[in-house]
Design a protein. Structure first.
Length: 115
């Protein structure tokens, strides 16, 4: 019974974790200058140069920082441009919502008490 639990533990926990670690190491070793990436902390950048264990990232035009390869969370793939017909009202704000507040029946604010 204990041997069966060890086998199940191996296939459910240890093997998938090892596979994820190998994929992460493969991705970090395949980085090249010009690649868009996201770090494990959520910073978006572009790879400028690669040293042995370090990567130099450009986070803004002219701003370069040095990171360890282990901090690279994933490589970003470019997204195809979406046609304008597929996107409707993205980035627009309804005029009724932006900046005006309609009273709810009485002219007094119900959250403030007046003495």
């Amino acid at each position: 019974m204990i041997a069966l639990m060890v086998v199940v533990f191996y296939f459910l926990l240890i093997r998938p974790q090892r596979k994820r670690q190998q994929e992460q190491a493969r991705m970090q070793n395949s980085l090249a200058p010009g690649t868009s990436i996201m770090t494990t902390t959520g910073l978006f950048a572009t790879v400028v140069a690669i040293d042995a264990d370090d990567v130099i990232l450009e986070i803004a035009p002219g701003v370069e920082t040095r990171w360890v390869k282990a901090a690279i969370g994933r490589v970003l793939t470019p997204v195809d441009d979406v046609e304008d017909d597929d996107v409707k009202n993205v980035g627009t704000v309804d005029d009724n919502v932006a900046g005006t507040v309609e009273p709810h029946g009485d002219d007094q604010d119900s959250t403030t008490k007046k003495s």
